[in-house]
Design a protein around this ligand. Structure first.
Ligand code: PMP
Length: 427
């Protein structure tokens, strides 16, 4: 077991000043296991006790090239010299928007934002402004950010999986008003019949259907192409806007996002994380006629820090690398090799397993078939995975402990042959 004595001591001090001793509740792993970091470089991190880890969390996805990437950081430093924020626009906004439009076919117009939450909030407002409707459809298991409208989930605890009744819809914790619930409808991922039924009942009141095609907070449970294609068809039929949330998948799974692999063109999509290699930046993008609702007297949107000169310069450099070099192929190839290596070890021990997602972000399940929706995942037993995750931490490999998040790959993993050997040794 690795020594975490400095982290433990830091936790005891930090908890006096920071709730749970951290700045995001998901970083709290218990009194003895909460880790404080000294630094990250490439595909690895080092904690304040001096433990080194190969990191497959990558900040929940942003570090697509790796931590402290010199090419992006040099650009960010130049962005710093420009001056930060002005409440006025700069030329670089158009350059980055042009790059996004080149990479993502559905990105006709682009509006910058700071975080995934802000982008999805803006996207939903835009859809409401365009359609004049208030309700919206969410897919169970998706995560779209911190705002009240997005924080509803199926409660599968105590739910009878054999019954035909849907689980109750509950908020992601306290402080989210039940009145907001009236506007949210939820459907289980990949259930075509339920989707059609829901559109038949509520379609003419929906402003938008929001879908995360590979559910990053649900261990990469993935939408089948025919499910998203049906969603596209139903949205067209009922005048509903399809919002594909690519905050986690965008500029990672493919240059044009998962949407380009599914062959579906959304009306609006949201991107963040990988576009800035860790610098805070996001976009709302989509159909020109829809996006033009961001206008005076239309859908309100702004933000003091939007198109911050540092984030914008970082995004310009990062997107250029993702577009013009084999970085995405390098990291996907690494993910494929990692899966092959892990599988051969597990197979040799007769351990049944399967994967979800994509080579660039995959979930590992100890079952012959991975779950294809949140209900199946949440009612399965993933205690073996959790145990394995904690053993791996002790052996120098970090993955998300509670089978929530997939394993994320970065270019630096692929460029450092020891990442693979170190990981397989631990497994
Ligand atoms: N949408 C998706 C698909 C996400 O994965 C996340 C973050 N995990 C968000 C929205 C919210 O992004 P942020 O944390 O940057 O607010």
């Amino acid at each position: 077991r690795r020594d975490l004595s400095r982290s433990n001591a830091q936790f005891r001090r930090a908890v006096q000043r920071l709730p749970l001793g951290v700045s995001s509740t998901f970083r709290y792993w218990g009194e003895d296991r909460t880790i404080y970091l000294a630094e990250g470089k490439g595909g690895r991190i080092r904690d304040i006790d001096g433990n080194h880890y190969v990191d497959y969390r990558l900040g929940y996805g942003p570090a697509i090239l790796g931590y402290a990437d010199n090419r992006v950081d040099a650009a960010a430093r130049r962005g710093m010299e420009v001056g930060g924020v002005f409440a006025l626009s700069t030329e670089r906004e158009l350059a980055v928007a042009d790059r996004i439009a080149k990479m993502v076919p559905s990105a006709e117009l682009v509006r910058f934002s700071n975080s995934g939450t802000e982008a999805v909030m803006g996207a939903l407002r835009l859809a409401r402004a365009y359609t004049g409707r208030e309700s919206y459809l969410l897919v169970e298991g998706g995560y779209h950010g911190l705002f009240d409208a997005a924080m509803w989930q199926a409660d599968v605890e105590g739910w009878d999986a054999g019954s035909n009744a849907d689980p109750e819809v509950v908020p992601y914790g306290k402080g989210i008003p039940p009145t907001v619930r009236k506007l949210a409808h939820l459907v289980p991922m990949n259930d075509m019949q339920r989707l059609e039924d829901t559109f038949r009942r509520h379609g003419d009141q929906l402003a938008a259907m929001l879908i995360e095609p590979i559910q990053g907070n649900c261990c990469a449970i993935s939408a089948r192409a025919e499910y998203v294609q049906l969603a596209r068809k139903l949205c067209d039929q009922y005048g509903v806007l399809l919002i594909i949330d690519e905050v986690k998948t965008g500029f990672r799974v493919a240059k044009g996002g998962v949407q380009s692999l599914l062959g579906v063109r959304p009306d609006i999509s949201t991107f963040a994380k990988a576009m800035g290699n860790g610098y805070p930046i996001a976009v709302i993008t989509g159909r020109a006629d829809v996006m033009r609702c961001f206008r005076c007297g239309g859908a309100s949107h702004g933000g003091t820090y939007t198109a911050h000169s540092v984030s914008l310069a970082a995004a310009e450099a990062c997107l250029r690398i993702l577009d013009e070099t084999p970085a995405l192929a390098t990291l996907a190839d690494y993910g494929a090799r990692l899966k092959t290596g892990v599988s051969s070890i597990l197979d040799a021990r007769g351990i049944v397993h399967s994967y979800t997602g994509h080579d660039s972000m995959f979930g590992l399940f100890f079952a012959a078939e991975p779950p294809d929706n949140y209900r199946a995942w949440k009612t399965s037993d993933y205690s073996f995975y959790d145990q394995m995750a904690y053993f791996l931490h002790d052996l120098g490999v970090i993955c998300e402990p509670d089978s929530r998040e997939p394993w994320f790959m970065c270019e630096a993993h692929g460029l450092d042959p020891a990442c693979l050997t170190d990981t397989l040794k631990a497994v």
